[in-house]
Write a protein that binds this ligand. Sequence first.
Ligand code: AMP
Length: 129
Amino acid sequence: MSIFTKIIEGEIPSYKVAEDDNFFAFLDINPNAKGHTLVVPKKEENKIFDLSKEEYTSLMNFSYRVAKALEKSVPCLRIGMSVIGLEVPHVHVHLIPTNAMADMQFTKKEKLTNEEFVALAESISSNFS
Ligand code: AMP
């Protein structure tokens, strides 16, 4: 069972921002930038292009909705999107409020307090539709 499946099942806590029957979105615990969010299919698949076309399209549609909420909650130049998966072998889309290339480089990290994570998750969640 992946760490993200444990998060989805509530075994490990997370700062949830959105959920439906097939997808779960929560704040990255070691964010590149404030509001860095991960969108994960509940079905545990390792690599994004091993999803069916339908699953892939649904993941992108759900990510679109999360990105729209993120844009409302976190002022930024644009939402960057990235899929890597070298650390956690369970498909996840990184949505990152971006103001500079460095925000997309996974080397510059932001430290947030628990209260900041909670407030961000609540704000993004309230803008999700
Ligand atoms: P990657 O697999 O390289 O795309 O990166 C995995 C991402 O998952 C990293 O950005 C981590 O900070 C993030 N991550 C790992 N464990 C957790 C967790 N328990 N809660 C939130 N984010 C996590």
